[in-house]
Design a protein around this ligand. Structure first.
Ligand SMILES: *Cc1c(COP(=O)(O)O)cnc(C)c1O
Length: 404
């Protein structure tokens, strides 16, 4: 049987334990929802303050040059590139994940015009399914949605684009990215990965993937509504056609030409003026990864997740771990099913343990190796046990806002 001291011991020997001090985390809260909104890195408020008061307030429009606002999408892209293991001039930051996916999947589709199918899976995040449906409709393709386990067998020479999310937002199941990429490419398809639940939590091998997109506000901690990122493999950068030709993707935006000529490189994936204040927050937030070895980060993530799963097995009754049992088949969050998930989570949040729920019956706990502590895993599972024993979940009044 595991004991609390075992988790204290894991913290004491955790080579990444110090990184937590790079964040502002409220007292009395165990934050297990960084897979949905990463916490505030400690120095971000000062950087934003400077961007607002000095750069915007005093430097005004000169900031586009003097404070290098114009270069931000590519500069911040280079920072993210190093976290996802791709060349630094192959990532651009801007827009939202939904928009980035629309652009990437459309551009990929356009490179395989004679094929019929865009392939994805039913575990994909709803916005990805909606966006891919739009891409299919706009390009005369058919969106085929198969079960996650059946993607591999569906791949054939009809597939123009395979667009998948690496780590399932509900279950935490992780696709075998390299294998599926190789299988699709062997049939001549292009592959677009959504890294929303991977980037910032693990090392990644995108060396063969054609394109990828991901979120700035989850494990990258860029703040609410942080811009997204898009990776375009160097071999596609000169043939990438942005479905929304806008002036930020133009070769010479300030020539104000009436006709569109795409910029060289990843910049062509941009559309219009970017939310600079949000970009400033994201760029500063990425400092929290300074000097961090992504393989070590993944190792810690695996230990956190394994600890959580082991404790659920040992200490809780009536909860089913739906996250895969194999470390290599999962991401950095744990999902457990219980028919009273909503009430239980509300009671946990009242007690300062913050996770979230996903319908119909999943409690979701994100374990972020940059700042989560092993002992928090113990304390969270203890809190679940307490909520069940006291039947506190029956008594909470769930406050209904639109966001779960
Ligand atoms: C969080 C998430 C999104 C969010 O998309 P936005 O356009 O940023 O709102 C999209 N896809 C996946 C897989 C996600 O996890």
């Amino acid at each position: 049987m595991l004991r609390r001291v075992d988790f204290e011991e894991r913290d004491a020997t955790d080579p990444l334990a110090e990184l937590r001090s790079r964040f502002t985390l409220p007292e009395g809260v165990i934050y297990l929802d960084g897979n949905s909104l990463g916490p505030l890195p400690r120095h971000v408020p000062d950087v934003i303050d400077d961007a607002v008061r000095r750069q915007w307030g005093s430097d005004l429009i000169r900031s586009w040059n003097d404070n290098a606002w114009w270069e931000m999408p590519v500069r911040v892209g280079a920072r993210i590139a190093s976290l996802i293991g791709v060349p630094e001039d192959s990532v651009v930051v801007g827009d939202t994940t939904s928009v980035a996916l629309f652009k990437a999947a459309s551009a990929a589709r356009r490179l395989r015009p004679d094929r019929r199918v865009i392939l994805t899976d039913s575990g994909n995040f709803p916005t990805d399914l909606y966006v891919l449906s739009s891409v299919a409709e706009a390009s005369g393709a058919t969106l085929e949605i198969v079960e996650p386990e059946r993607v591999g067998e569906r791949i054939d020479s009809d597939v123009a684009v395979m667009a998948l999310t690496h780590v399932d937002y509900r279950t935490g199941r992780r696709h075998a990215m390299e294998e599926l990429t190789a299988a699709a490419q062997a049939e001549g398809a292009l592959v677009v990965w959504d890294l929303c639940h991977s980037a910032g939590a693990m090392s990644l091998d995108l060396s063969t993937a054609d394109m990828a997109v991901g979120c700035g506000y989850k494990y990258l901690n860029g703040g609410p509504g942080a811009p997204a990122f898009a990776y375009i493999h160097p071999r596609h950068q000169e043939v990438f056609v942005n479905p929304i030709a806008g002036w930020w993707g133009h070769a010479d935006p300030f020539a104000m030409e009436p006709g569109f000529r795409p910029a060289g490189g990843v910049r062509r994936a941009l559309v219009g003026t970017q939310p600079i204040l949000a970009m400033v927050a994201l760029e500063a937030a990425l400092d929290a990864f300074e000097g961090v070895d992504m393989a070590a980060l993944r190792q810690k993530s695996e230990l956190l997740v394994a600890g959580f799963v082991d404790l659920v097995d040992e200490r809780l009754e009536g909860f089913e771990v739906v996250t895969p049992r194999q470390a290599s088949e999962r991401g950095s969050h744990v999902s457990v099913a219980h028919p009273e998930a909503a009430g239980i989570m509300a009671a946990l949040i009242e007690r300062g343990v913050i996770g979230d729920v996903r319908p119909p019956n999943l409690l979701r706990f994100g374990l972020a190796p940059l700042y989560s502590r092993h002992v928090e895993v113990w304390d969270a599972v203890e809190a679940i046990g307490g909520v069940m024993e006291s039947e506190a979940w029956k008594r909470v009044v769930t406050k209904h806002g639109p966001v779960t």
